[in-house]
Design a protein around this ligand. Structure first.
Ligand code: ADP
Ligand code: MG
Length: 671
């Protein structure tokens, strides 16, 4: 039944002359067939009726049923986006970009036209954009300048079951915006769609005055489940062994999806599997095409996972939890689940977040399993025992209850929310938690007490303009005082990008040697600065990057980020001056924002963080590794076995006293 779609010309929207080749037409036909085969298609009209009837609707549907790609198109086809467009949020940038690309292709339009996306530091939108895929963080940012989100008629909060901190805050913002728009005469009502892949939606429904829930059936074939017989500590090794066991017996066209935790681990697993696959004993098996998938992957590599394999090939995709629900990869019949994910955790009472590898919840384990049976019966290998599974939490803890709230609270204040303590959170963080964030913002000078309530300072207002955590924004705002805004911008841009270093496996020594000239005795931040300066001096040359084991793409991205941060500086009246070779001031300036991230060398040669007195070690990739500076300013803590300090600089305790005297007096550092 094509009646909702009319002809192919209709899909083309009649915009411009048809200059398509026959192959494109074939491709379009095939896309249309695929769209019609999705489980959501038979309920298209019913859904549209419901959407017209209710201001807020919850749509519950299994992953792969077509919620994210189809519903916005249905709204557009029905011309329900005439007054204002549709904005669809995603927790991750990869998903926002790849889904927008897919939808643009299905609608036969150019990305950035009718269909666009907007993620931090990168967007493809125009005034013609009606369907816009954004990260939840971007929509939150838009709400600062436009709290009622007046440009949109529809907001779709997708992947709501993931309960990211930004989605959680958007719940409150959107509920409020809906009320405001309803009570303002002449305003177009704001329609909300909440989409979830898991069953526990009652909580969402009761938050929105018991709004209706619509269930969309998915496709699920039976899946055979295997548990580990005994508890395994090395989950990466267990997963890799399982991949080869499957590889030796499964038919060629059956692809494998492996869930691991983070970029470094995934890159090294990909390299190892590629290496092992060359072994003679596997000569009879199909060729292995091993692909990584994680949020920070460059766009062209992300799209590789969707490409069908060539004859004689088998795809193995090694992914973070991104493939759990937000992205569907065709062809998967085997899932290998490590039972782990990297999550951000926060220590209330201190100022920082850390990334930690943790056991997933049972709900996530079921989602991962489900990925094996979307097209045909499948198999799922859990790298943990049945007992371990039973001991997992049933559902994941919402991120808002376990992360640093400083960013979010700064944004709420910038949006004009008067009392953050009484904000209508769907799950309210504890008062202690909110107060800790307030304390951090106070000490950064972003908020101040005025007539017994906390208000945004002028500096705080500026900090909220930067698409960065407040402490990085603070370091940029301190730039003029130390005369090094230029340098700090370069460093923070490099930190906002994925690694600007290339470390091809097997050539580590060559890479380290080639980059030795950039290494600074002052630490990694100044090293990053030297690389950025050299990259500019080399006229952003690709070959030069290659010779120096630097990542051209990520460096280019870092300079793009820098350009955007310069624009924010100009808007906020921050002067940009350079301190040339005086890199002490650069480290001092960074410390004005990051001063809670300091570790002190102990008599026994170990480091303890000043804030929470945790034992930590310098990461082997750090420029400071092997040395024993008395005080280290670290960018981030990562727990993988040990607690590692990533990206570190030497700091002078005297500076720290000058920067935050009250804070450091309490920490009793030795000067
Ligand atoms: P849901 O949101 O319900 O999980 P989606 O709308 O994201 O479902 O996806 C529906 C289907 O569209 C998927 O099962 C997949 O087959 C297809 N699809 C989505 N994105 C792509 C892509 N980039 N390339 C190929 N197929 C895709
Ligand atoms: Mg989806």
């Amino acid at each position: 039944d094509n009646s909702h779609y009319g002809t192919l010309k209709h899909i083309n929207g009649g915009r411009g002359p048809m200059q398509k080749t026959f192959r494109d037409t074939d491709n379009l036909r095939s896309l249309l067939t695929q769209r019609h085969a999705l489980p959501i298609f038979p309920v298209r009209n019913e859904l549209l009726q419901e959407l017209k009837k209710h201001q807020t609707l919850i749509i519950l549907g299994e992953t792969g049923s077509g919620k994210t790609t189809q519903i916005p198109q249905y709204i557009h086809e029905e011309r329900l986006d005439r007054k204002g467009g549709v904005c669809i949020t995603q927790p991750r940038r990869v998903a926002a970009i790849s889904i927008a690309k897919r939808v643009a292709e299905e609608m036969n339009t150019n990305l950035g036209g009718l269909v666009g996306y907007s993620v931090r530091f990168e967007e493809a939108v125009s005034p013609a954009t009606k369907l816009k895929y954004v990260t939840d963080g971007m929509l939150l940012r838009e709400a600062i300048s436009d709290p009622t989100l007046s440009r949109y008629s529809w907001v779709v909060l997708d992947e709501a079951h993931e309960r990211t901190i930004n989605t959680d805050v958007l719940f409150g913002i959107l509920k409020d915006a809906q009320k405001t728009r309803k009570s303002t005469p002449g305003q177009d009502p704001l329609r909300l769609i909440i989409m979830s892949a898991t069953m526990d939606v009652d909580h969402f429904s009761s938050y929105f005055a018991n709004c209706p829930v619509r269930y969309v059936e998915g496709r699920q074939y039976p899946i055979e489940m295997f548990y580990a017989k005994k508890q395994e500590d090395d989950y990466v090794m267990t997963a890799m062994t399982t991949v080869f066991q499957i590889h030796q017996k499964a038919p060629q066209q059956h692809d494998i999806l492996v869930f691991l935790t983070g970029q470094e681990e995934i890159d090294s697993a990909v390299a190892n599997i590629r290496q092992i696959a060359k072994d003679d004993s596997l000569a009879e098996c199909p060729r292995l095409k091993v692909l990584p998938l994680y949020a920070a992957l460059p766009a062209h590599q992300q799209l590789d996972v969707f490409r069908p394999t060539a004859p004689g090939e088998r795809k193995v995709i090694i992914s973070t939890n991104i493939a759990e629900t937000s992205i569907t990869i065709p062809g998967i019949r085997y899932v290998v689940d490590s039972g782990r994910a990297k999550v951000r955790t926060y220590h209330p009472g201190s100022g920082f977040d850390a990334l930690r590898v943790k056991k997933i919840s049972q709900a996530q384990a079921w989602q991962r399993m489900g990925r094996a049976g979307r097209e045909a019966p499948g198999n799922c290998y859990r790298g943990y025992t049945r007992q371990e599974f039973d001991a997992m939490d049933v559902n994941p803890t919402p991120e808002i209850l376990r992360s640093n709230l400083a960013s979010v609270i700064l944004q709420l204040l910038a949006m004009g929310v008067k009392n953050v303590l009484t904000f209508d959170f769907i799950d309210k963080p504890s008062a202690a938690h909110i107060e800790a964030a307030m304390a951090q913002l106070t000490s950064l000078g972003a908020v101040a007490v005025q007539a017994e309530s906390l208000v945004l300072t002028e500096a705080g207002g500026k900090m909220a303009q930067f698409p960065l955590e407040p402490r990085y924004a603070k370091a940029i705002l301190s730039g003029p005082e130390y005369g090094c805004t230029d340098e700090v911008l370069s460093i923070i841009s490099a930190l906002s990008s994925e690694s600007i270093f290339n470390n091809p496996s097997g050539r580590k020594d060559a890479a380290v040697n080639a980059r030795r000239k950039f290494t600074s005795v002052e630490g990694d931040h100044i090293t990053l600065l030297k690389v950025i300066r050299a990259f500019k001096a080399a006229k952003k040359n690709k070959m030069w990057c290659h010779e120096n084991f630097l990542n051209f793409r990520n460096l280019t991205y870092a300079l793009e980020v820098r350009k955007q941060l310069v624009q924010v500086c100009q808007r906020c009246g921050v002067t940009i001056t350079s301190c040339q070779q005086n890199t002490d001031s650069v480290r001092r300036c960074l410390a004005t924002g990051l001063y809670t991230n300091v570790a002190e060398l102990q008599l026994d040669g170990k480091y303890l963080t000043l804030d929470t007195k945790q034992e930590a070690v310098l990461h082997p990739s750090s420029a400071l590794w092997g040395g024993k500076p008395a005080y280290v300013l670290f960018t981030e803590l990562v727990h993988t076995g040990k607690t590692y300090m990533h990206l570190n600089s030497i700091v002078d305790p005297q500076w720290l006293y000058e920067i935050a005297p009250d804070y450091f007096r309490k920490k009793h550092i030795k000067t």
